[in-house]
Design a protein around this ligand. Structure first.
Ligand code: SF4
Ligand code: SF4
Length: 161
């Protein structure tokens, strides 16, 4: 995927953005972040997409980079697994903050509601697919070298069947 170059001009910062997020249900822990980066180090999405960093998104919000954040594909990548919150020394609940940002992005017209709903549905399908693929892995004879793609195909067939 093409690398997204972000406009980080602080002069364009919207100082009220962080207050707006903090005041929204679920966004109240934003101000507790002290940028240790532990969340990013424990995030399963960050481990496969180096552009995704919950710590950086929190920082951008606090810098007031409203348009940059709300237009970014990155806020849609969080799996909502809450692993980062478990490890965060400050009790920041990034997944909840991210949901606030998604809602704001839809309200601001950066993504249409139907697409946002499709993303949510896709998340549910992917979680189901993950379980089916893992169950297939566990049931497989260790000497059988079934390719990952084949397991996904079979699992998709099971889901649709
Ligand atoms: S772990 Fe918590 S305090 Fe550290 S950067 Fe992430 S959100 Fe901020
Ligand atoms: S909730 Fe989102 S940001 Fe936090 S660890 Fe899970 S995928 Fe990463």
């Amino acid at each position: 995927m093409e690398k997204q170059v972000l406009d980080l001009d602080l002069h364009k910062g919207d100082r009220s953005f962080a207050d707006e997020v903090c005041a929204s249900p679920g966004g109240d822990t934003l101000s507790l972040c002290f940028q240790c980066g532990i969340c990013t180090g424990t995030c399963p999405v960050s481990s496969v997409d180096q552009e995704f960093s919950p710590a950086r998104i929190v920082q951008w919000v606090r810098m007031g980079l409203k348009e940059t954040v709300l237009q970014s594909r990155l806020i849609w990548l969080c799996m909502q697994c809450h692993r980062c919150s478990f490890h965060c020394p400050q009790g920041v609940r990034f997944a909840d903050i991210d949901r606030v940002l998604r809602q704001m992005a839809v309200e601001a017209g950066h993504l249409d509601p139907a697409t946002a709903q499709r993303i949510e549905q896709s998340e549910r399908h992917l979680r189901r697919l993950r379980i089916l693929v893992l169950e297939r892995c566990m049931a497989q004879d260790p000497s059988d070298s079934c390719e990952f793609e084949d397991m996904v195909q079979h699992s998709l067939g099971e889901m649709n069947g």
